[in-house]
Design a binder for this molecule. Structure first.
Ligand code: APR
Length: 244
């Protein structure tokens, strides 16, 4: 299975990695669904954009607890580093990630389409000024804009918000062009992200999936299913690629 996957990656013209929360689980970040899933503990409604507008402080308190208390304290794992290495060897052209944890960049990946934005910056709801998280004091919630005193919001996509550009256009373009997708750690339950692997498949791309559990993709678009944790599977894949 890994030998076949390695062969497909090595001979592909344009291979893309498509990642979800599962790739960061071994870095200590819980997934949203399944075992230890965040949605088992927190109501996803907290991440509706209207809830953020209506209950800004309560929403910020949950966001800080779930995301920012960990953000910047966790490090990439073997799987993130393996994808950065595959990019360095020109074996993958980009990563499309649903994650907002910045771990692909931290691992050295250069081209990362952050489909749901990133925790590393915040935006003012009033004047749209952008702030690096390192420049914002989260001890006082909600954080406000120095320029206009507007409320700052993490630059991540809440339920009900549209996908940011250029990540959206770049990601759908990759789905049209790629002849190989490596899906890592995603349930495939959230649109429109979950359309991307299906579009790639319909354009003839070979789909390699890495996940310890089956997902929405496994029985539909996946060609090679590596039923394994991301770091172990990527280690095995790199070993096979090195043999070619
Ligand atoms: N290695 C690989 N995959 C793993 C691992 C691991 N060690 N541990 C868990 N997984 C898999 C789970 O089996 C599951 O399929 O990771 C997946 C995590 O699924 P979700 O939590 O639903 O994450 P994701 O698919 O990225 O969610 C998509 O939903 O809530 C929104 O915006 C949020 O970006 C997120 C989107």
């Amino acid at each position: 299975m890994y030998a076949r996957a390695a062969q497909i990656i090595k001979t592909s013209k344009r291979c893309i990695a498509f990642t979800g929360a599962g790739i960061s689980v071994e870095s200590g970040i819980p997934p949203f669904r399944g075992e230890n899933g965040l949605w088992n503990k927190y109501d996803p409604e907290t991440f509706e954009i209207q809830y953020f507008y209506d209950y800004t402080r309560q929403s910020w308190e949950v966001i800080r607890k779930i995301f920012y208390d960990l953000f910047g304290k966790v490090v990439p794992n073997t799987a993130h580093f393996a994808l950065a290495e595959l990019e360095a060897r020109n074996l993958i052209s980009a990563v499309i990630t649903q994650n907002v944890d910045n771990l692909h960049y931290d691992a050295g990946s250069k081209i990362v389409h952050e489909f749901h934005g990133s925790l590393k910056s915040l935006v003012c709801l009033k004047c749209r000024a952008k702030y690096k998280i390192s420049k914002v004091d989260l001890n006082v919630l909600p954080p406000v804009c120095e320029k206009c005193n507007g409320i700052l919001k993490p630059n991540v996509i809440f339920f009900g918000e549209s996908i940011p550009e250029p990540a959206k256009t770049n990601s759908f373009n990759e789905a049209e062009k790629a002849d190989c997708f490596i899906l890592i750690g995603t349930t495939g339950t959230v649109a429109p992200a979950n359309m991307i692997p299906s579009i790639a498949k319909s354009n003839g791309a070979k789909i390699i999936e890495i996940n310890p559990c089956v997902s929405e993709y496994t029985g539909s678009v996946t060609d090679i299913f590596c039923k394994e944790k991301a770091s172990i599977a990527m280690e095995k894949l790199m070993e096979e690629i090195d043999k070619l």
